[in-house]
Each structure stands twice: as structure tokens, then as C-alpha cells.
Design a protein around this ligand. Structure first.
Ligand code: ADP
Ligand code: MG
Length: 427
């Protein structure tokens, strides 16, 4: 089965071909340069760029694979969440191609595609616990299958990637700045108390990174030398400008302070993600090997009060009727011990642009080691938006006999992606 994947949800126009799970060819054009001028993605410009490039990129991916449109069995397209105008460009192109060639159309949830990308290099064992950390989302899922992924927790405000990008912008670094902050941090020393671990002092699986972003912003404001050093880095093509401060030699103290601040920021984000993922894992599988069982549960009244105080998005995710009623649709309530009949998760998965971060990879590797579970991570190149993940997810779904007709809708950010697949015969 040959599946073409089309990704236009944000600012990358990316297409790829996957044959029976094996990547045959992929192409991508990033619009980072276009949007860097504005310090963030400009939706109108993004859709125009997709429209300008998508035809040529499709020709190119077919040429590289040595196939024609007639060879395509499945056209998979990221249907959301994303920028509506950008999604519609990919969607229109995919529908036209499916109509012209008779290929099966499959609408792919962009967030699920990120997580499924961890199953490209090796088979993903289900159920798994998935952390999706990207520019727009910070979500924890219980991954039951390529189709079914109940949401357990999510960001209430800024996503982790957004926090990276906004701090980078304050420092005067180019958009998107997550990777640069990662690289600068590698040359510095972590001060674990420089930044807070935001929104962990509660009993839920949600995230909030806006406070951490503000804390980093205040440090930048109070130390103008940090921005000056960052501007010097941004102006230099070589990000290794200056020497590494970790060796003790510190010829430029402002640069060393910048390295230390970035190291501490990376560490705070990674540690926060690790804390919530560990909490989710304990809820799914029980205490980690060698750790004591969790404290006794609160009574019903105490649980209700705690829930009210948290103002958590979990109301939308969990059954609010009783803190401990299992809800097969949306995962389990917060303070429930693992259910006797619930299958423990067999792996940890992390994906999305921030999963390329070296501190995040280290923190999650350590968690997986302590839990005695495998950790599946896409390669750094497959963490950020790409066409391969959409082609791969489309292939997985089509292999299950799933697809869509031409009424398939694009779903912008903020709206839930419906599970509205139609069953077809297997391709
Ligand atoms: P989206 O789908 O929301 O556009 P992506 O999955 O493409 O997001 O990820 C882009 C985000 O990942 C950006 O916010 C970028 O700064 C961040 N990012 C990429 N590489 C790294 C890294 N090494 N460390 C931290 N953040 C990173
Ligand atoms: Mg993405």
C-alpha cells in the first residue's frame, strides 16, 4: 500500500510517501524565514505559501520515489488541529488528488500523527502513555491504538514550545527559538532553583507554562546583558560563539550567564514534563518499582473541594460526577488507584517539536529507566512537523480499513477532532 501524506497545518509544507510502513521519499519546505520577520506565524502568509508550493512539492516527492499519482493507494492529510486557512490548502489538494486517482482519502489527527511517529523505527506496544509537546500543544494521552487515544491532561495556557519561543523572542533570538535555547543551555550549568516548576503543586495532569515564561521574562528584563549576549549569538552564524563556561574559563561572563539561564530554563521545562508524566504513569500502572505506594486517598468531600480549587480543564476530560468513577471514554479520574481490570501501559512515548529537546529526552529516558518501560521517541527530525508522520499515520489507519469521504472537514485549533472514520475494505 502506497500512502501519500500531506502536512500543511502550520508553517511547514511537507509531503511524504510511505509504502507498507517504509518511508520511500519525503520533502518539506519550512516557512520559518518568512515568519521570522514577525516573530511568529502570520496565518494569511502561511496559507499563501502552502498554496504556492504544494503542487511543486508533490511533483518532487513523486519524482524522488519514482512513482506517479496513479500508483498512490491512499492520500492522507493532516485535517487539524491547525490554522484553518493552511489546513484547507492541504485538504483541497488531497481531495482533488483522491477524486482524480480513486485513492482512499484519510483525514489524520495531526497530534496523533506526531505520537505515532514514535512507531516508525520500531513497533509501538499498546497501550502506551504518550506525551505530545509541540509549539501549540502539551498533552498526555493514553494511546490505546492508532485510532483511539483518550486525553488525560493538557495545557491550560501556553504550550511548552510556545514558552520556548516567547523566551527566545524576549532574548532577541530568531523564531522558532526552542532549538537555540537547547543548544545554548548545553554550554551552561543548571541552577535548579532559578525557575519554578509551574503548576505541579496540585493533583492533576494538566500543564501551565505561562508562569514559567513570565519568570524567564523577568530574569531577561532584569539583566539586559543577557539579551546583548543573545543578540551577539543571533548575529553570528556560529552559535558556539564564545567558549563553553562549564570548563571554568569564563572570558565573557554575560555569555556564560546566558548559557546558565538557558540550561536552567531547559531543565525547568523538562522536569515539569517529567513530573506530570510520572504522575500519569503512577495513575495508570501504580507506584514505580522501588517506590512506596501513594498516600491514602482523600474522602469524597476533600476530593470535591480539591477539584473546585484547581480550576482544572479536567472537568471536560473526566466524569465530574464522582472523582473515582472510571470513564472508559475519557480516561480515569484523578485520584483513583489503578483499576484492577485496566491494562497497564507497556511503553512511554514522547513526540512533537519539544521532544527534540536534549534535556526533555534525558529526563524522560531516566523516568522510563526507573519505570522499567521502553521509551519511544521519534528522531529529532521527525519530532517537528513533517510529512512522514502523516503518511505513516494514514498508512496505519488505512490498514485498519479506515478512511473518509469527500465531506471530510478541516478542524482548526481549539476544536475537538471527531472520530468520524468510515469503514472501507482494507486497501
Ligand atoms: P507545531 O505542530 O505546534 O507547529 P512542532 O511539533 O512543529 O509544533 O514543534 C515546533 C516547536 O518545537 C517550536 O515551538 C520549537 O521552538 C520547538 N522546538 C524544536 N526543537 C526544539 C528543541 N531542541 N528544544 C526545545 N524546543 C524545540
Ligand atoms: Mg506539530
Amino acid at each position: 500500500m502506497l500512502c501519500l501524506g500531506i502536512e500543511t497545518s502550520c508553517d511547514e509544507t511537507a509531503l511524504a510517501l510511505v509504502r507498507d510502513g517504509v518511508v520511500v521519499a519525503d520533502v518539506m519546505s519550512s516557512q520559518a524565514d518568512v515568519h521570522a520577520l514577525f516573530g511568529g506565524v502570520v496565518p494569511e502568509l502561511a496559507s499563501r505559501e502552502h498554496y504556492r508550493l504544494i503542487g511543486a512539492l508533490c511533483d518532487e516527492v513523486l519524482r524522488r520515489a519514482g512513482v506517479t499519482t496513479a500508483d498512490i493507494d491512499v492520500v492522507a492529510v493532516a485535517r487539524g488541529p491547525g490554522l484553518l486557512g493552511s489546513l484547507l490548502v492541504g485538504m483541497g489538494f488531497a481531495k482533488g488528488l483522491a477524486l482524480a486517482t480513486g485513492a482512499r482519502l484519510v483525514g489524520v489527527n495531526h497530534l496523533h500523527a506526531h505520537l505515532l511517529a514514535a512507531g516508525i523505527a520500531e513497533e509501538l506496544p499498546y497501550p502506551a502513555l504518550g506525551l505530545l509537546v509541540s509549539g501549540g500543544h502539551t498533552h498526555i494521552y493514553r494511546m490505546e491504538s492508532p485510532r483511539h487515544m483518550p486525553l488525560l491532561g493538557r495545557t491550560l495556557d501556553d504550550a511548552a514550545g510556545e514558552a520556548f519561543d516567547k523566551v527566545a523572542k524576549q532574548l532577541g533570538l530568531a523564531y522558532p527559538g526552542g532549538r537555540t535555547i537547547d543548544e545554548l543551555g548545553r554550554k551552561g550549568r543548571v541552577n535548579p532553583t532559578m525557575f519554578p516548576r509551574p503548576y505541579v503543586d496540585n493533583d492533576n495532569l494538566d500543564f501551565s507554562f505561562s508562569g514559567l515564561k513570565t519568570a524567564a521574562g523577568l530574569v531577561v528584563q532584569a539583566n539586559p546583558a543577557l539579551s546583548e549576549a543573545a543578540r551577539a549569538v543571533a548575529a553570528s552564524a556560529d552559535r558556539s560563539v564564545g567558549s563553553a563556561c562549564v570548563d571554568g574559563a569564563a572570558p565573557d561572563s554575560a555569555l556564560c550567564d546566558l548559557h546558565d539561564m538557558c540550561a536552567s530554563f531547559n531543565h525547568a521545562v523538562a522536569d515539569t514534563l517529567r513530573i506530570k508524566l510520572e504522575r500519569a504513569l503512577v495513575r495508570e500502572n501504580g507506584p514505580l518499582p522501588g517506590t512506596p505506594p501513594p498516600a491514602k486517598r482523600k474522602g469524597k468531600k476533600g476530593r470535591a473541594a480539591a477539584r473546585e480549587g484547581q480550576q482544572s480543564a479536567m472537568h471536560e476530560i473526566f466524569d465530574p460526577a464522582d472523582g473515582c468513577s472510571p470513564s472508559s471514554e475519557h480516561g480515569r479520574a484523578l485520584d483513583c488507584p489503578p483499576e484492577a481490570d485496566r491494562v497497564p501501559v507497556r511503553a512511554l512515548v514522547a513526540a512533537g517539536g519539544v521532544a527534540a529537546n536534549s534535556y526533555v529526552r534525558e529526563a524522560l529516558t531516566d523516568l522510563a529507566r526507573r519505570a522499567g518501560l521502553p521509551l519511544l521517541l521519534p528522531t529529532p527530525a521527525l519530532c517537528t512537523d513533517n510529512g512522514v508522520m502523516v503518511a505513516h499515520a494514514g498508512w496505519r489507519l488505512a490498514s485498519l480499513g479506515l478512511g473518509h469521504d469527500l465531506a471530510l472537514e478541516a478542524i482548526p485549533r481549539g476544536r475537538t477532532i471527531p472520530d468520524d472514520f468510515t469503514m472501507f475494505r482494507t486497501v
